[in-house]
Write a protein that binds this ligand. Structure first.
Ligand SMILES: Cc1cc2nc3c(=O)[nH]c(=O)nc-3n(C[C@H](O)[C@H](O)[C@H](O)COP(=O)(O)OP(=O)(O)OC[C@H]3O[C@@H](n4cnc5c(N)ncnc54)[C@H](O)[C@@H]3O)c2cc1C
Length: 459
């Protein structure tokens, strides 16, 4: 709207993850859009099982080094503690943020994040510092013994120091998305359709129409692209945002283990990005918030017919049902599980998954009109941390769309989320945001190491 100055009579949202669905929710409630038709296209029947927004769990935390996201979480948190979090969609069991070393010189990024995040939760949220059994809400852990006390039921070595925020928690991600979908359905203003967008047809300064797989074409006054890690297929985001594959592994546990571990805080290690979300229904998840894998794929240039470009795009179990995590990811999850919960060290994975972030250079999202195509708005670049904002992010997205800065935070967010003045020199974005693991891994190369290993073991 800000780009064209008029209220669009038709709005086409593509992608039904956190960004697309919450945008639909906010638009459907705004008076300004009461005469606009709103259509949401999603390539798979909702909820798309390989979408970043769909999983057993996501961490819900205000523990950010960046005060703007900590402030935005203050808006979202009451919703998780209310309707959004009801029926076990949200569990406030705490978040234990640790680092694996006490040497700041080797672990300085991790240490910086911990110190800043702790500062933010203390000063901005006014949380009471102290041990939980003495009424504290945020509990610094200065020594390995402090960490061991908080994580005692896990029985392993969970870190050297850090802090635990007992007011953080985790959400059943799929259940949260289903709840949001119910809210949108309840308003009755959004038309949902399962259809995959094949490409956008670009004119000189606008999107002329949207072509679906199968050839059908749809035109719309405003197109909102919210296709997460799949974005680079539809718009040229080289040097702006890229898909990076993250590893997840799940194990089945016994009822006794569920009872012992189920009430734990989430454990997140700032040194290597590894984390363990407490189990539910006897399933425990180990994962890594890492630089991830790039999956370079050569595709037709989304905006210039006749040219090709190479961009990283998701590869999921939907494309290849036999796709599992690569050996290095498997090993990282296995070693972390063995270190933190030794009793589960050899328990086999029931399944694994590569889940795709849309990564930006800074970890800030990309929520903006396209600088060239005036009726194209993009909402993406979640960078592995957008889920927790599900209840409120749509309102902020629509603020950007309408050019409203309802408060100081809004003004700051617009700056963070704007289309960058310059693209990174390298096409693929390896984020500079804090991450664990190694930078620069290529999916096929890492998967091939498993195939070679399997071949050797058969010889
Ligand atoms: C492993 C992992 C762990 C995470 N942990 C956390 C966490 O603990 N806390 C947190 O806050 N956040 C976390 N996140 C981040 C959060 O989940 C994402 O930032 C957020 O879900 C991104 O939402 P999205 O709408 O951009 O993408 P998605 O949820 O992927 O949605 C995009 C949708 O677009 C659809 N689509 C794609 N292409 C097309 C097309 N051509 N036509 C039609 N539809 C299309 C897809 O099917 C998909 O449904 C995590 C993410 C991952 C992957």
């Amino acid at each position: 709207m800000a780009a064209t100055g008029t209220i669009p009579s038709s709005i086409l949202i593509v992608g039904s993850g956190v960004f697309g669905l919450s945008t639909a929710y906010a638009l459907a409630q705004r008076d300004a859009f009461k005469n606009s038709t709103i259509t949401l296209l999603e390539r798979l029947d909702f909820p798309a099982p390989d979408a970043a927004s769909i999983d057993s769990s996501r961490i819900i935390r205000p523990d950010y080094a960046d005060p703007a996201y900590a402030a935005l979480m203050s808006e979202a948190h009451p919703h998780w503690r209310g309707g959004f979090g009801a029926e076990e969609r949200y569990t406030e069991a705490g978040l234990c943020l640790v680092q694996d070393s006490t040497d700041d010189s080797v672990d300085d990024a991790a240490h910086y994040y911990l110190v800043k995040a702790l500062e933010n939760v203390k000063s901005r949220l006014g949380l009471k510092v102290g041990r939980r059994d003495e009424g504290g809400q945020v509990e610094p852990m200065e020594t390995p013994e402090d960490v061991a006390r908080v994580t005692a039921s896990m029985g392993g070595d969970c870190g050297r120091r850090g802090y635990v925020n007992w007011t953080s928690g985790w959400a059943d991600a799929e259940a949260g998305m289903r709840y949001m979908r119910q809210l949108v359905d309840g308003i009755g203003r959004v038309k949902f359709r399962t259809a995959e967008v094949a490409r956008l047809h670009y004119g000189t300064d606008r999107v002329e129409d949207v072509e679906l797989v199968g050839g059908e074409r749809l035109s719309s006054d405003l197109v909102v692209l919210a296709t997460g890690a799949w974005m680079p297929k539809l718009v040229d985001l080289r040097g702006i945002a890229s898909a990076t594959g993250q590893v997840l592994a799940y194990i089945d546990i016994t009822q006794e283990e569920q009872d012992r571990l189920g009430g734990n805080p989430t454990l997140l290690c700032e040194t290597n990005g590894m984390f363990i979300i407490p189990p539910r229904n006897r399933v425990l998840k180990v994962a890594r918030h890492g630089y991830g894998y790039a999956n370079p794929t050569t595709i037709p240039h989304p905006e210039r017919p006749g040219e090709t470009i190479t961009v990283s795009l998701p590869r999921t179990k939907h494309d290849d049902p036999n796709l599992n995590i690569a050996p290095e990811g498997d090993q990282a999850c296995r070693e972390y599980l063995a270190k933190c919960i030794p009793s589960l060290a050899t328990r086999p994975w029931t399944h694994t998954r590569i889940c795709w972030y849309s990564d930006t250079p800074t970890g800030d999202w990309l929520i903006s009109y396209h600088p060239t195509y005036r009726n194209l708005f993009v909402a993406t670049g979640g960078s592995g941390h957008a889920y927790k904002f599900l209840p409120v992010i749509g309102e902020r997205i629509v603020d950007v769309m309408t050019g409203e800065e309802r408060d100081e935070l809004g003004a700051e967010l617009v700056k963070k989320w704007k289309w960058p003045a310059q693209r990174k020199e390298e096409d693929h974005v390896w984020t500079d945001d804090w991450r664990g693991g190694v930078k620069g891994m290529i999916l096929d190369e890492e998967l091939a190491k498993g195939e070679i290993g399997a071949l050797r073991s058969r010889l």
